[in-house]
Design a protein around this ligand. Structure first.
Ligand code: PMP
Length: 448
């Protein structure tokens, strides 16, 4: 298997040499919150697969729901047909979602959930205007990650991706993300947050006639290294987008399903988006599923004759897959039954307490935590906040040290990420934190 993996499997986001040099664990089984590889090594999963596992693996309720559905049919389409699980899940999501999000469009990844939202918003303005419309540009945030399709990269703000794929992407209006940007001397630039808010306001006011939508990951930019927005920012974005009738697209692919402490992150600022993008945790990390939710107001603009273009020209083969929807329904029920939001509150407090010894660590620049989303930023020197040389690959070294100690994590550069499953028991979560600290120490000693 290892030879065939090296010879034939092109792993995403992997340095092209790395998986030939390093032994990539080949995961054969999952039990509870542990992953077991083909050699029988066990690892606690500190990042819930890729931020998507909610209740662990081999969860009887979810397994049963999938098996029951499988005994009926594995897949049927939503193009001209429907299926009970996709209908029931849509109803459950609508009941759970903030505001008047009453329509659910299914796809199969976070990237496509965002892609669908931007295409819908773009076309919505045309439908309203009854012809080509000049509202064609999206406002998005610097450093944001919204997926890997051409559209979701376009509305993302990862400069490396823009450098590589730039000619393929569409232009956007990028606003600076309001996070505590540090100067080379290590201090937050005075007035920077206020500057970001003012810039966002200016760019909307000056361009509102051209703007098709505002895309934002509410409260915390996960894949940007857990960058947390100041309280009130999202609310301000909603006020302005409402003022200029600009659809607000909230990407809750990572922050949804309890991770920030509320079921949906935008609830914390009482924000009701026009589009809500969901994936990852929606199906508890079992099967690919995504949903783009929107309002009657948007939906109604598409009513009419398809020949006149009054339809949404988008549909995936596996849209609303019944197995994935059955898993999602079972997961939502478990979430309620087990009162996971309350448990997440306890997990949040435990992580903060366990990681507090790192706060003054000479190689920890910052610990960023929102609910159970955590980023520990490693720096070469806390004084001056100087980064480690990229060749040191410190984040990667910590991952390897953690793995030796039976913990699976995945860094974002030199930011160590913890994304435990919402249902992970507190004792196991405590172990995740302890091993992380040990792994950081071991990697630093090795580096020294
Ligand atoms: N949006 C956000 C905020 C994400 O974090 C991710 C994935 N990390 C995506 C979109 C893309 O999701 P997927 O990988 O399922 O396409």
């Amino acid at each position: 298997l290892r030879k065939w993996d090296n010879d034939h499997v092109w792993h995403p986001f992997a340095p092209m040499q790395a998986f030939r040099e390093e032994k990539v664990p080949i995961i054969e089984r999952g039990e509870g919150f542990e992953l077991i590889d083909i050699e029988g090594n066990r690892y606690i999963d500190g990042i819930s697969s890729l931020w998507c596992n909610v209740h662990g693996h081999q969860v009887p309720e979810v397994d049963e729901a999938i098996k029951e559905q499988l005994a009926k049919i594995g897949h049927t389409t939503l193009l001209g047909l429907s299926s009970p699980p996709s209908i029931q899940l849509a109803k459950a999501l609508v009941d759970r979602a903030p505001g008047d999000l009453s329509k659910v469009f299914y796809s199969d990844s976070g990237s496509t959930a965002v892609e669908v939202a931007i295409k819908l918003a773009f076309q919505y303005h045309q439908q309203k205007a009854g012809g080509p419309e000049k509202r064609t540009r999206f406002v998005c945030m610097s450093n944001a990650y919204h997926g890997d399709t051409v559209g979701s990269v376009s509305v993302g703000g990862i400069s490396l991706f823009h450098r590589i794929y730039g000619n393929l992407l569409f232009e956007t209006i990028q606003v600076p993300t309001p996070v505590a940007l540090r100067t080379p001397e290590g201090y937050t630039r005075v007035g920077y947050l206020e500057h970001c808010v003012a810039e966002m306001e200016r760019l909307i006011r000056e361009n509102h006639e051209d703007i098709a939508g505002f895309v934002i990951e509410p409260l915390v930019q996960g894949a940007a290294g857990m960058q947390i927005h100041p309280t009130g920012y999202l609310k301000r974005v909603r006020e302005l987008t409402r003022e200029y009738d600009i659809p607000l697209i909230c990407d809750e692919v990572a922050v949804g399903f309890g991770r920030t402490g509320t079921f949906f992150a935008c609830e914390q600022e009482e924000v009701e988006p026009d589009f809500l993008c969901l994936a990852k945790g929606i199906s508890a990390g079992y099967l690919p599923l995504a949903a783009t939710m929107t309002t009657d107001k948007v939906f109604n603009a598409f009513l009419g004759e398809p020949q006149e273009g009054k339809t949404f020209y988008h549909g995936h083969t596996y849209t609303g897959n019944p197995l994935a929807c059955a898993a999602a329904l079972a997961s939502l029920e478990l979430f309620e039954q087990q009162n996971l939001l309350e448990h997440i509150g306890k997990q949040t407090a435990l992580i903060a307490e366990k990681l507090s010894p790192l706060a003054e660590h000479p190689h920890v620049g910052e610990i960023r935590q929102k609910g159970i989303m955590v980023g520990i930023e490693l720096v070469g020197s806390r004084e001056g906040m100087l980064a480690f040389p990229t060749t040191a690959r410190m984040g990667h070294q910590v991952t390897l040290e953690a793995r030796k100690r039976g913990l699976m994590i995945r860094p974002l550069g030199d930011v160590i990420i913890l994304m435990p499953a919402p249902a992970m028991p507190l004792d196991l979560l405590g172990e995740v934190c302890d091993i992380t600290i040990e792994a950081i120490q071991a990697a630093l000693e090795f580096h020294a």
